[in-house]
Design a protein around this ligand. Structure first.
Ligand code: GRF
Length: 221
């Protein structure tokens, strides 16, 4: 691929371990892209320090400083658009987005969710998976649509639930997979290989082994 490096933005609310995975995989060339802006709605988010350490511009856009959701999201979009991002990654961003924002970035807005969607959308999903007694959970990267934690699925990874697991242990095991499949999804986007067909994502040039690759995500590189 000779395409120019993808310019992308990452929006966070917290620790930013997924952001770190994206930083690392962009720095080592696995993702043919560059994070040009990290935005947090939480001023104390540790992810801001991760970005700062990597020399990536950061902005705090605190939702509490705005009278309503619409004006908060307009500020968010203005910052992302000013940075000329082609893709926006939601990496532990804990605000629900309105249809206006989702439409503004349709087809170029990715989210990571710590469950195997469409099972367990929403919050507290590790505890809910334990309570439901499922044997497996996992992680999902998907394009964002108007409905929360819905949208065409790009990548998933399966994680076993083991005897004695609590929500924290399961969350940690799922996070390890998040750190693999989010960079994988962004890499595929950056390579212009993702094509949304209705509610499904087709991976160009990968049709034959896509299913196996996504259950056991491709090794980096
Ligand atoms: C991840 O589990 C992500 O899927 C969820 O929030 C968590 C964020 O973790 N939406 P981090 O901030 O990337 O470490």
């Amino acid at each position: 691929m000779t395409d120019a490096l993808l310019r992308y933005g990452v929006v966070i609310s917290g620790g930013g371990s997924n952001l770190q995975a994206l930083i690392d995989r962009s720095a080592d060339g696995t993702i043919p892209g560059r994070i040009v802006l990290v935005i947090s709605n939480e001023p104390g988010a540790f992810g801001l320090q991760r970005a700062g350490r990597a020399g990536i511009p950061t902005q705090v856009i605190d939702h509490r400083a705005f009278p309503d959701r619409a004006s908060f999201e307009q500020a968010l979009a203005a910052a992302l658009d000013a940075a000329q991002v082609e893709l926006v990654c939601l990496a532990g961003f804990m605000r629900v987005l309105t249809p206006w924002f989702v439409r503004h970035y349709r087809g170029r807005l990715l989210n990571i969710h710590p469950a195997l969607l469409p099972a367990f959308p929403g919050l507290h999903v590790q505890q809910r998976a334990l309570d439901a007694g499922v044997r497996f959970s996992g992680a999902t990267v998907h394009f964002v649509v108007e409905d929360v934690d819905a949208g065409p699925i790009v990548a998933q990874a399966v994680v076993p639930i083991l005897p004695g697991d609590d929500a924290a242990a399961l969350a940690a095991r799922i996070l390890q997979q998040e750190h693999r499949i989010f960079p994988l999804a962004v890499r595929l986007f950056a390579q212009r290989r993702l094509e949304v067909q209705g509610s499904r994502v087709i991976i160009r040039g990968h049709e034959a082994d896509a299913a196996a690759a996504l259950i056991n995500p491709l090794p980096d590189g």
